[in-house]
Write a protein that binds this ligand. Sequence first.
Ligand code: FAD
Length: 635
Amino acid sequence: MSPPASTKVDLLIVGAGPAGLALANWFRGANIKVLIVDKKPGPTPRGQAEGLKSTTNEIFDSYGIGPQVTAESWRLEEIACWGTRKDGGEGIVREQVIPDKVAELGKPRETMLQQSRVEHHMLHNILSHDNIEIRYSTAPISVDVDTSCVHETDTFPVSVSLEKVTTNTNTTNGDTTNGTNCHATNGHHINGQNGHQPDEHDAPSDKISAKYIVGCDGARSWLRKQLDVSLEGDLTDSVFGVVDMVPKSNFPDIRRVCYLRAASGTILLVPRSNKEVRMYIPVESGTALPDPKDLTFDRVMDAARKIIAPYTMEVGSVSWWSAYRVRQRVGNHFSRLNERAFLVGDAVHTHSPKAGQGMNTSIQDAYNLGWKLRLTLKGKVRSSGARQDLLRTYESERRPVALDLIAFDKGFLKLFAAPSAQFDTEILQALKFTTGLSIRYPPSCAVQLPKGIEQLGPSLLKADLVPGKRLPDFRVVYQADGVPTWMHKRLSATGQFRVMIFAGDISDSTTSKRLHEVGKYLGESKSLKHVVMPQSEQEPLVEVLVVHCAERDLVDFLALPEVYRPWSDESGYDFWRVFADVESVHDGHGRAYERLEIDRQVGCTVVVRPDGYIGAVLEVDDVECVERYFEGMNV
Ligand code: FAD
């Protein structure tokens, strides 16, 4: 009998943790064949990560699972800082309670949900899509990339052999932990979209040919080794115990996020659901650094009790504990082989879990790469050079983020080791950093500074409305029905760009005329028509949206140019492209223009990439620059 032919897939993802599942979510409903393999026997039973940053929650909104994730999450509202007594007495005192808030966000900075539940929502979001298959208990054993055809479109240069993994694989995250309670599941296999188990006759082939391969296989990444990518950085001298338990304690702030600074160390305490708290506890042993493998639960708890004294801390039920020595390392490459192979998440960066960044950064890496692969695999980018330019931006955008994160982590660990008098201010600054608001991607085909950023008008480039940064979220109401929405909730992950026209007060005849002219031009432009108003496709690659600040009654929706309210024979007008920055019936006024510092008369046009980052900021009627942006992308 001849050996089975290889199965052809567009994309092979190794690893179904937060990064792999987040990546796969980009391909829901797309005509792109995706295979995910994971060596563990089924979905992650628990996982260590917990904190979800607001920007990660925006990603879940764009995947349509925001409401489910939010409903299950625990909100963090306050931070209490405790320190040693100033009168020289023993023990700790509460110094202050600060709101856990980053004003620019306008919504909760962080929520808590266990990793397994986060993965559950992402997994169930892809299972009903026939084009995505997930195979558990499966790992790659060899990978070959035919470099002679990596430049050609529609080739399958990646050949991978898979094998069945029969042992129950533990699911510890990364090589930093010495976990005890991470048990594997009892074979909850999902082989294919319906969770059916293949019998001998439909057993999937173990030879895969793929156009692209992505390693989302965690800190001990197999693919990283095959691609000869090395991690730069090293072990730190910080050893921590981490404990998830129900505390029996008379410490008054046990249900707040707490930084407890005592002479013997600093505990970070984070409330969780189910009456549990998580504690990160530094463990020292004289001058020598303890080996995490030698640490016992009792020793970790003794260290905790010493810090929290005179308050008491007895142990209720313990759902998990571990000890680890922090590694801070970043891969020297995030993509290889002419952008046919990529590494995402813990596979290319590890750091301390204290700032709750690992799962968030991994999901955000995947989110950054996913739309670029989607556009490429759907053939939206026309030349192979442009495709590679776009895919290259994954490394040029995300590696600096990982490096910044490591630099931040070093400072954060120092802050814990030797808290300064400005500890509280420093913590607040750190929280701002961890929201990701400071990320700014460098200029590229996807982040264009058409006129040179410094030459843009003074009304532009205020606040955070800057090319390369995430579009700040804001609340507006739909022109058609007054229903309020946060803009990122509206920007679902369809792979579409949005040209967002902040048209100003269009009850004014000059401003209104300008909006009409822009709409007419965009709808008729030779170079844009095929992406803005396609004849044959349901969904245009570029959606044109209008955010005005006139009174709604003064705007005649149907009189607007067609590009702002296209008509389809199946569903009539598209009412969901025009928004007003006005008072809503129940949720107040979002004050979007004010938040974004956009002049109500001058306005501006913002090109928003499929991942919600800003591709360009332009004068409101600079339609030629809009054309140039998409010509630069070669779509
Ligand atoms: P992983 O979660 O490691 O997933 C990798 C997947 O690949 C696994 O499913 C694995 O089975 C699979 N795999 C591995 N090798 C192979 C192979 N050869 N073949 C097939 N499959 C393979 N992050 C936060 O954001 N917030 C937090 O609060 C937080 N707390 C943490 C607390 C602790 C104690 C620790 C250790 C980490 C914490 N993190 C936190 C970090 C977070 O857990 C990781 O950064 C995150 O899980 C990384 O996701 P990933 O998908 O890149 O890798």
